[in-house]
Design a protein around this ligand. Sequence first.
Ligand code: PLP
Length: 360
Amino acid sequence: MPDRIYNFSPGPATLPYEVLVQAAKDIVNFNDRGIGLIEMSHRSKEFIGVVDQCEALLRQLLSIPQNYKVLFLQGGASTQFAMVPMNLLGPGKTASYLNTGTWAKKAIKEAKYFGTVDVAYSSEDTNFDRVPSGADYTIPPGAEYLYFVSNNTIFGTQFQSMPETDKVLVCDMSSDILSRPIDVSRFGLIFAGAQKNMGPAGCTVVIIREDLLDRTLENIPTMFRYKTHADKGSMFNTPPCFAIYAMGLVLKWLHAMGGLPVIEKMNQDKGALLYQAIDGSSFYRGHARKDSRSLMNITFNLPTPELEAKFVKEATAQSLDGLKGHRSVGGCRASIYNAFPRAGVEKLVRFMEEFAKNNG
Ligand SMILES: *Cc1c(COP(=O)(O)O)cnc(C)c1O
């Protein structure tokens, strides 16, 4: 393995090294067939095999029930902010949203183009340092669905358990899908951009319960209807071939690691290590409230913005890359998705102790 830096980027994010090596080989010569992966027809037998295997692995890892479709779409998770209400909402209809950060807020804005939005909960007044428990909000009886973001990438908060509701539950799971086991049957629709925890950028996975495919109004354009893609196995048009292929490699890697129960334990262990370093020092201050802390994106501040800038600069010089926080929180953010190695967290913790000693 060449010298690799520790990449704390929130996304696109670090990938397993063996996935990169395999992808580099297959781009040039896929399965030794004398043709590169990214020049093959998406309708070739080989590529159909790639898509089928990717879907099968995802179904296995998440135990996706038979009455759910898996779609591989483009346009990023951001397109889903509009596509969800385009397909599930309409004039005179209401949907409930939990406003727990930037990505939820953007989704709320899009939904307003297609129907009435009820913001049942917001933590904006405390700069999104928390997510709600069920007691913190009520959903209007007529709501078509309840929309939430399971992990708030920018603010470093995460739902510790999924909302309980009799409504159709819709979740933006972009930054924590596959980080822990979930019960898919409790959701109507899950979507996730691949570039946080599943692979490279370019593909958005949608997992949708089949009965929801028929709710779409007549005037919604073809490419924006979930049913179009469900009916054609995500091959209505050219799919994001490379991103699907690379996601398949990541899913295979996850499988070999032991699946979601094992990766969940590893994530808990890595997160605990870093949160201990924050809690054990008066120099560092976590942004998220303790009961809402994310195991994927860990946000913290130092005593002053000047020290934060110095921290990021010195960390970068020691191959701890991408720690600068999002401008809306400031401070630092360590994104430690599934593929982020424990050794990198250990190195960061050592660096944090050293830095606090020298600057505290
Ligand atoms: C990154 C992110 C998005 C936006 O993803 P794009 O693919 O860039 O559109 C949406 N939601 C969450 C939770 C994210 O982390």
